[in-house]
Design a protein around this ligand. Structure first.
Ligand SMILES: *Cc1c(COP(=O)(O)O)cnc(C)c1O
Length: 455
């Protein structure tokens, strides 16, 4: 009988997060300092204190290799962790490939994605610091759901600025957030100066993550009782997600699987990829392993493959810190026809730095092909993937089909970071043939990049 699923016990959950900052210097990779958006000088902890609790600020700059996961966080993780690792036996058969394909499934969390892995500790550290309200932004609604759930767990108020186009297209994500007690407003909104400025220029603005971040940051900065919370990009967010990759290594070891030849994750802001891949990257850097590690992004928002590695603002209104990252420019607005998620203009500084150093690979893919890959996968494995991890599924499929050509039996592992039960509108568009490929125009990227801060 072939093994299809590896389930760890709660006793096998990682007790620490893995911090890649500890291993970058030896690999010759430097993580440039984050800058203040007005002075463009390196930020200190005091600059970030209006936004984040000190414990998270310290994690942001920590170089400690392993950081202990607080007991209360582990207790809440147990609501869905450890998550299963699958061998995609039926999909391997359907693809007629000699490759062995494994996937980690993070869709079993309450919010349906990997995002609660960081929402829970972020809410916890804010609660510890006496914060009673959190603001945030959400694009597709996954992060807003995760933070609403986490705030509910700790008795914190939650206000979510939801990108207008998603607010209209994904009403049930909004309902889920409201069910967990959050207040949800479409962004741009008239409730903030940043939102009003955008609406004055374009009353019908479909919004962007950059604009929604500006609104959430503005509210946090101007209210004493309120902090801000970000679901991706920052070091501490990627740190929290490393429970995922650590579990995968344990699960593969438990069944005596070969060490992976290829490790694949999709990238929006870089958190599921970092959390999944960095423990494997450490093995490449420190223990002589040779896995290829691949980040997959949409052609509609191709920050690593088409953007530049430069300092840029984290948000559209230039209120969030400035970081060196792969960016399409902070005034990037994704096309509303783009259904695949992964719409942020920048990329996590840690992912950007290792991509720039050539330690990982990046691919950009079109959206019709990701839905075709998702169909192939779900018809074999049953799980309906979100469009975002379908980017990883496409890359895994291409690797498996290359193995069919070459006759190699490579071991491929990817992160299925969320289910697609709230994305059936996009599946519907695909099934009815209404989904078009879209490539973000090079001229538009150039125009945005002209507005980068001069550092
Ligand atoms: C938010 C999200 C992403 C994109 O964000 P990352 O920080 O790049 O992981 C990808 N997949 C799912 C399921 C998400 O919820």
């Amino acid at each position: 009988m072939t093994l299809t699923k590896v389930v760890l016990s709660e006793r096998d959950m990682p007790t620490h997060w893995y911090n890649i900052n500890a291993d970058l210097p030896a690999a010759g990779v430097e993580l440039p300092p984050v800058l203040h958006p007005i002075t463009l000088q390196p930020v200190g902890p005091a600059d970030l204190a209006p936004l984040f609790p000190m414990a998270l600020i310290m994690q942001e700059v920590s170089t400690e290799r392993y950081i202990e996961i607080p007991d209360e966080v582990q207790e809440l993780y147990k609501l869905w962790r450890p998550t299963p690792l699958y061998r995609a036996v039926r999909w391997e058969e359907a693809l007629d490939t000699p490759a062995k394909i494994y996937f980690k499934y993070e869709g079993t969390s309450p919010a349906g994605s990997h995002k609660p892995n960081t929402a829970i500790p972020q809410a916890y550290y804010n609660k510890q610091a006496g914060v009673t309200r959190l603001t945030t932004e959400t694009g597709a609604g996954q992060w807003g759901s995760a933070l609403s759930f986490a705030c509910q767990a700790f008795g914190i108020e939650c206000k979510v600025y939801m990108v207008r186009v998603s607010y209209d297209q994904k009403p049930y994500r909004r309902s889920l957030m409201q069910t967990w007690g959050a207040t949800v407003v479409p962004s741009p909104s008239p409730q903030t100066a940043a939102g009003r400025a955008i609406l004055a220029q374009d009353p019908n603005s479909s919004g962007s993550l950059g604009i929604a971040i500006s609104e959430a940051v503005e509210e946090a900065v101007t209210r004493e009782d309120t902090n801000y919370s970000l679901g991706s990009v920052l070091n501490h967010v990627l740190l929290h997600q490393t429970v995922v990759g650590q579990e995968v290594m344990k699960q593969m070891e438990l069944i005596g699987a070969d060490w992976p030849d290829v490790v694949i994750g999709c990238v929006g802001g870089g958190s599921n990829f970092g959390g999944f891949a960095f423990p494997f990257l450490r093995e490449n850097l420190v223990n002589g392993r040779r896995s290829r590690i691949i980040a997959v992004e949409p052609l509609a928002a191709p920050s690593i493959t088409r953007g530049v590695y430069a300092y840029d603002y984290g948000d559209t209104a230039k209120m969030a810190p400035v970081a060196k990252m792969h960016t399409l420019g902070h005034d990037f607005i994704p096309a509303p026809i783009h259904a695949g998620g992964l719409r942020y203009h920048g990329m996590a500084p840690q992912v950007s730095a290792v991509a720039n150093a050539g330690l990982i690979e990046a691919q950009a893919v079109p959206q019709r092909a990701i839905f075709e890959a998702a169909m192939s996968f779900t018809r074999a494995e049953g799980i309906l993937p979100a469009p975002e991890p379908s980017h990883a599924i496409l890359a895994a499929m291409n690797e498996a089909l290359a193995c069919k050509e070459s006759g190699e039996s490579k071991t491929i592992v990817f992160n299925l970071c969320g289910h697609g039960h709230f994305d059936l509108g996009s599946y519907d568009a695909f099934l009815q043939g209404r989904l078009e490929d879209y490539e973000y125009p090079a001229e538009a990227i150039e125009r945005s990049l002209a507005n980068l801060p001069r550092v």
